[in-house]
Design a protein around this ligand. Structure first.
Ligand code: GLN
Length: 481
């Protein structure tokens, strides 16, 4: 078997009986064992081999179908029974969930073989996967660089061929930005398409799970077994599955605000991608998303506010880290939270609590919500003329580890937040967006972002697949494992 098989290729290998699920799983487990990227928090070798044997007996009886026998990894934010779910936090270092996330159940029902849980920024807060209690993840294209975040473990593992696909979550860019940094494909579905049940909450009005893989075809294969209405998530949409439509000639909106101040070399690569889309029969049109500049500040107020309430549950009493020998209840709360959370998580809780407090609520939280509404309206207006929007996924390629860290008071945390300028607008609007590889700068991958109207993932994936039929950026593989 080749070193970097796609999900689609593995399905064909299994269908042709050219290799067994056990052989394929073992091959991936040994790549994981040989890797020093720190992309996994937990590897579940024994469970994976049991699942692979079960897959082989299913294939023997019924042939290969769905994802039967395909190895995958879950971001360590998805609850899994029998395997720890840490969110890369000391707070949940030993936490084993009493139930599976809906996404985990659905992918298991489709026959996927889970080989482990991937490393990430603590509680999904960050853009570099350096905010992990288990140490930073390396980018397989240059191990001195970060893989992006927060789903950096999933992105690095897929890019290095440790798994053909993995789950991620995206609140403000955490699937798309690491996909771009690692030269893979990542989809943030429409808010509500994928159930949030069993996904450890960061900012509930924005959190969305999605697939990460090397190709858009694989994203589609995974999404089919992740999406769908779930009565256990009150914001889950009751809407049919993502279809696959033949493509017409589309109008691709180029939002002029995204090009202001954009790095020249990234601009040239994205422009080349736009020209390639024209070569496929689409046309580019100039559009405007006038409130773009407000997206990042609005996002960091809203996401932090929601995080401050969601993370109130970690009190050292019900579950999670508990301080030893507390003097009284206040001391228990105080020390459990002080010891359990890392610096960035504490910063978000403080900012969010401040923004929600009496006297500041109107000035910050309510204002951010009003901006969110305007940003959403920008997208609805543009989608009156454009079928899709093309933007860069990130303002830079992967940066070096340590470049934007802000562990002490001298650091500037907002430098890291600038990474999200191109991804947070779609999150605030709730629309789906994909990042796919479209070039390289100095040996590091560049990602382009395509954004579609609510629930138009079919269009997004069809264009991405057509682009990948004509280009080979997504087939390049890095040296590092
Ligand atoms: N980088 C963004 C943040 O730190 C987005 C994270 C995410 O999408 N989970 O909040």
């Amino acid at each position: 078997m080749e070193d970097f098989p796609t999900v689609d290729a593995i399905r064909r290998t299994l269908a042709d009986k050219a290799a067994s699920a056990v052989e394929i799983t073992k091959a991936h487990l040994s790549r994981i064992a040989a890797s020093d990227l720190n992309s996994f928090v937990t590897v579940c070798e024994d469970d994976a081999l049991v699942a692979a044997r079960h897959a082989d007996s299913q294939i023997a009886r019924h042939g290969q179908s769905q994802l039967v026998g395909v190895p995958i990894a879950h971001k360590d934010v998805f609850c899994t029974t029998g395997v720890k779910t840490t969110c890369a936090s000391r707070m949940l270092e030993d936490f084993v969930a009493p139930y599976d996330a809906t996404v985990v159940t659905r992918l298991a029902d489709a026959g996927a073989v889970v080989v482990g849980k991937t490393n990430m920024d603590e509680f999904a807060m960050g853009s570099s996967s350096e905010n992990s209690h288990f140490g930073p993840v390396s980018n397989p294209w240059d191990t001195a660089c970060v893989p992006g975040g927060s789903s950096g473990g999933s992105a690095a593992a897929v890019a290095a061929g440790l798994v053909p696909a993995a789950t991620g979550t995206d609140t403000g860019g955490s699937i798309r930005q690491p996909a771009a940094f690692c030269g893979i494909s990542g989809l943030k579905p429409t808010y509500g398409r994928v159930s949030r049940h069993g996904m450890v909450a960061f900012a509930s009005s924005l959190d969305q799970g999605g697939p990460m893989a090397r190709t858009a075809t694989d994203l589609r294969l995974l999404l089919r077994h992740m999406e769908g209405h779930d009565p256990l998530d009150s914001t889950s949409a009751d809407i049919g599955p993502t279809g696959s439509k033949p493509l017409d000639s589309l109008a691709i909106g180029i939002p002029r605000e995204y090009w202001r101040g954009l790095d020249d070399r990234i601009a040239a690569v994205i422009d080349g991608a736009g020209a390639a889309l024209e070569g496929l029969g689409h046309r580019r049109i100039d559009v405007s998303l006038p409130h773009t500049a407000y997206a990042t500040p609005a996002y960091y107020v809203i996401a932090s506010a929601e995080a401050s309430t969601n993370l109130a549950r970690y009190d050292g009493v019900r579950y999670g880290h508990r301080a030893s020998a507390p003097a009284d209840l206040d001391d228990l709360y105080f020390r459990s939270r002080s010891e359990g959370f890392g610096a960035e998580v504490k910063r978000r809780i403080l900012v969010g609590t401040y923004a929600l407090s009496v006297g500041y609520y109107d000035a910050y939280y309510r204002k951010a919500q009003r901006l969110r509404r305007l940003i959403r309206q920008d997208f609805l207006d543009v989608f009156g003329d454009a079928d899709l929007i093309l933007t860069p996924a990130t303002p830079t390629t992967a940066f070096r580890k340590g470049a934007h860290r802000a562990d002490d008071e001298s650091g500037d945390p907002t430098a890291m937040y600038q990474q999200d300028v191109y991804t947070v607008p779609a999150s605030l609007a709730g629309v789906p967006a994909v990042s796919i590889p479209c070039g390289f700068i100095d040996g590091l991958p560049v990602g382009m972002q395509l954004v579609a109207p609510h629930f138009a993932e079919d269009r997004l994936l069809a264009v991405a697949e057509a682009f990948q039929r004509e280009t080979d950026w997504h087939l390049r593989t890095p040296g590092g494992t």
